[in-house]
Design a protein around this ligand. Structure first.
Ligand code: ST9
Ligand code: ZN
Ligand code: ZN
Length: 335
């Protein structure tokens, strides 16, 4: 059967997004899509790499519990938090959504932390993520949750992208990202910066600084990396499937407390897909470690122009499209 052509959507708004709720949250009617039954093209190299990564990471967990120095275990947790903030505060809230502005020292910290997290370069990450928001849960969504838990979690990184991702993705404006020399530099030299920043340096430091063994340091770092990948992927899988929908019951993203814990505040995904330009990525500040860090940088002046949705706008939206679960939380009392 032939697919119906997709209706065209307005481009992602840029600049001050405060008033553009309706534009960014406009959805492609799901009726325009039919399930795609074409066989997927598995990328066996990635399958092999992920099997190796997971095996070493499992051993890293064993090392963390039984044989690593306590300093190495603490260091692993700190690195995980730093990488996580590179993704949440950097690739996601700053660069993919432009939900606040940052001065260059903060940008430098963020790009270093994002390299430590290795989820591709900021430019590639933000491109896929903008495509995800604009075409959420359609064939053009890189990790379309309608294709199941495994596909949206990590399966999408193990096969070729759907042609719709590439075709529709071409219409996404990335000029603001390419206008930043720091991001261009990271993108251009990513295949040098990433191995060094995500694997070599994090392994060497505990060996040099407090005499950890190579095997322990290497496997702990792998555990840190794989754990942070799963924490991130849960936002695409679990937080698109399980949880409440207080802000918009017509979309699949949910409020998921469990995901928020591991993704340092990014599990409030029903709010985030409803109001993607809000720097808090949530209505409240609970279980939102990323918000606390951005607020700290705002206090010292490195983060500014923090965009946020007014309580009135949230209230109107909750009443209009929410699933009714919001009432039990009250208004603003968790801030
Ligand atoms: C990783 C990313 O894990 C995770 C992202 C998660 C996002 C989460 C979002 C949730 C938000 C909240 C954040 C929570 C954070 C919590 C932190 C807690 C710790 N538009 O990609 P290619 C075109 S990465 C437009 O190779 P293939 C383009 O021309 C893990 N065009 O497609 C492109 O060429 P170029 C580590 C697009 O060949 C060309 O297609 N990394 C788009 O189908 C080829 O692109 C890996 O494992 C688009 N969106 O291969 C790497 N996409 O780039 C895995 C593509 O030159 N990736 N085009 O412009 C791969 O090996 C491949 O991408 C592939 C697809 C095999 C998956
Ligand atoms: Zn999402
Ligand atoms: Zn987002």
């Amino acid at each position: 059967r032939e697919k119906q052509p997709l209706p065209s959507l307005p481009a992602l708004p840029t600049g001050n997004l405060d008033e553009q709720d309706e534009i960014i949250t406009e959805k492609i009617p799901q009726s325009a899509y039919e399930p795609d039954n074409r066989p997927i093209e598995i990328v066996w190299k990635n399958v092999l790499v992920f099997i190796i990564l997971h095996s070493v990471a499992l051993y890293g967990l064993f090392v963390m519990v039984f044989s690593a120095q306590w300093l190495s275990a603490l260091y692993t947790i700190i690195l995980y938090q730093m990488g996580a903030f590179g993704i949440t505060g950097g690739a996601h809230r700053l660069w993919a959504h432009r939900s606040y502005k940052a001065k260059w020292p903060l940008k430098l910290i963020l790009v270093l932390c994002q390299t430590l997290a290795h989820q591709n370069s900021v430019i590639e990450w933000a491109r896929d993520h903008r495509v995800h928001h604009k075409f959420q849960e359609t064939d053009a969504d890189p990790h379309n949750a309608k294709r199941g838990f495994f596909f949206s979690h990590m399966g999408w990184l193990l096969c070729k992208k759907h042609q719709e991702v590439k075709t529709k993705g071409k219409g996404i404006d990335l000029s603001d990202l390419y206008a930043e020399p720091l991001l261009r530099l990271q993108h251009k030299y990513f295949m040098v910066l990433m191995p060094f920043g995500c694997f070599v340096l994090p392994t060497l430091l505990p060996m040099v600084l407090w005499g950890e063994t190579f095997v322990n340091a290497f496997c702990l770092n792998m555990f840190r990396y794989v754990f942070s990948l799963h924490a991130t992927w849960l936002v695409n899988s679990a937080a698109h499937m399980w949880g409440s929908k207080p802000y918009d019951s017509h979309i699949n993203p949910t409020e998921n407390r469990f995901v928020s814990i591991f993704a340092i505040g990014e599990g409030w995904h029903n709010f985030h897909h409803t109001f993607p330009w809000d720097y808090k990525a949530a209505e409240f500040g609970n279980i939102n470690w990323s918000l606390k860090i951005i607020n700290f940088f705002a206090r010292i002046g490195w983060a500014y122009d923090l965009k946020t949705v007014s309580p009135e706008m949230i209230k109107k939206r909750v009443q209009r499209t929410g699933d009714g679960s919001h009432e039990i939380w009250g208004w603003g009392d968790k801030d």
